[in-house]
Design a protein around this ligand. Structure first.
Ligand SMILES: [Mg+2]
Length: 360
């Protein structure tokens, strides 16, 4: 079997509502769909969600990299040699992890179709669903409570609340939220690097009585000492997100003892293959992982859901990025209902691009 071509398709989809987090507000998703074609009927579908702030990519740079660097490297290769291809991409050029992720997801989709198995069965097996948090961006207290109420009403069991812009407001908001919705839904919070170390410790201590599952990335991504200091001082588990992209970051985080938990994202790691390595290394150090996401369509969210279901050390999922988007571009794939992501037994990712997406 041989790869004969690729097609990179830019996708712009407005968000249902502005999504505000500590480092900015998003209005639109600008991603890239990648189709890898083979000399058989079988093709694979992948996705890149480039992010200037997180992966250092834009939609344009991701497409350029796919056309100029990835395409020549893929043509003529056997798509089933996933380890070899992803290793080669990583050693040929650094960064560009969302573009690499698109390749990796598409290759797994091909393997699933060739072997006629759903992706999760290739990755270790498991059930057909996983609980996911549903995220609420930064907004005034009243709006946060209203949205949380609606989500819980619709079956959400885990809420992820974005914080990190204003320590006092953040504490008031979470306390008020607990007063209103009670202690049944799990609450996790994500500061997206918004605090200084002192602010993070102040917020963490104040939130200790609120039964918070964990706090994500309280301080700047490069501040490993600060992460450790917060972790050692507050009783809420600290999860590293922006601090950890690669296996190398994971090893450093373990050595420097900076976190209780790690948020793996396919767009940061460069795909499933590298995510598996991060989860394994973390597991060896007793650190449990979450599979998180960026703004993504069902393509990457479905891949993430299969991986999270199949991987023993991925204990948490935050795979709701597709819910923010105003329109669907695929048929099939993950279904999110009542706080759960459910997948089918269909081969590969189990999805097809809608006919409005031009793949030729
Ligand atoms: Mg995060």
């Amino acid at each position: 079997m041989e790869i004969i071509g690729i097609k990179a398709i830019p996708i712009n989809i407005p968000l249902k509502q502005p999504f505000k987090l500590a480092y900015g507000t998003h209005l639109e998703y600008r991603g890239v769909i990648l189709v890898i074609k083979t000399d058989s009927e079988i093709y694979g579908i992948g996705e890149a969600s480039p992010s200037p702030k997180i992966t250092g990519e834009t939609q344009d740079t991701a497409i350029d990299v796919m056309e100029d660097k990835i395409k020549p490297l893929l043509i003529g290769k056997n798509p089933l040699n996933i380890e070899k291809i992803t290793d080669e991409l990583d050693s040929e050029f650094s960064g560009n992890t969302s573009a690499k992720c698109a390749v990796d997801i598409a290759l797994w989709d091909i393997l699933g179709k060739v072997s006629r198995l759903p992706l999760k069965d290739l990755l270790g097996g498991g059930g057909d669903s996983i609980e996911t948090s549903i995220t609420i961006g930064i907004k005034p207290i009243d709006n946060t409570i209203k949205e949380a109420d609606e989500l819980v009403e619709n079956g959400a069991k885990i809420l992820k609340i974005k914080i990190g812009l204003n320590p006092k407001e953040d504490v008031d908001k979470i306390k008020e939220l607990r007063n209103t919705i009670g202690y049944t839904p799990t609450i996790r919070v994500d500061a997206n690097q918004g605090y200084t170390v002192k602010e993070a410790i102040w917020v963490g201590r104040k939130l200790e009585p609120c039964d918070i599952e964990f706090i994500e990335q309280p301080v700047k991504f490069y501040d490993y000492r600060g992460m450790k200091c917060v972790r050692d001082t507050i009783d809420i588990p600290v999860m590293a997100d922006e601090s950890i992209h690669s296996l190398q970051d994971t090893i450093r985080a373990i050595r420097e003892d900076i976190c209780d938990l790690i948020n793996i994202k396919l767009m940061k790691s460069g795909g499933i293959k590298n995510a598996i390595k991060i989860a394994a290394a973390a597991g060896g150090a007793g650190i449990k992982c979450m599979l998180g996401c960026m703004s993504e369509t069902k393509i990457a969210i479905t891949a993430g859901t299969h991986l999270a279901i199949a991987t023993e050390n991925i204990r948490y999922a935050d795979l709701d990025g597709h819910l923010e988007l105003e329109k669907e571009i695929v048929d099939g794939g993950v279904i999110t209902e009542r706080g759960e992501n459910r997948i089918s037994e269909k081969e590969g990712l189990g999805l097809t691009l809608k006919s409005c997406i031009e793949t030729e």
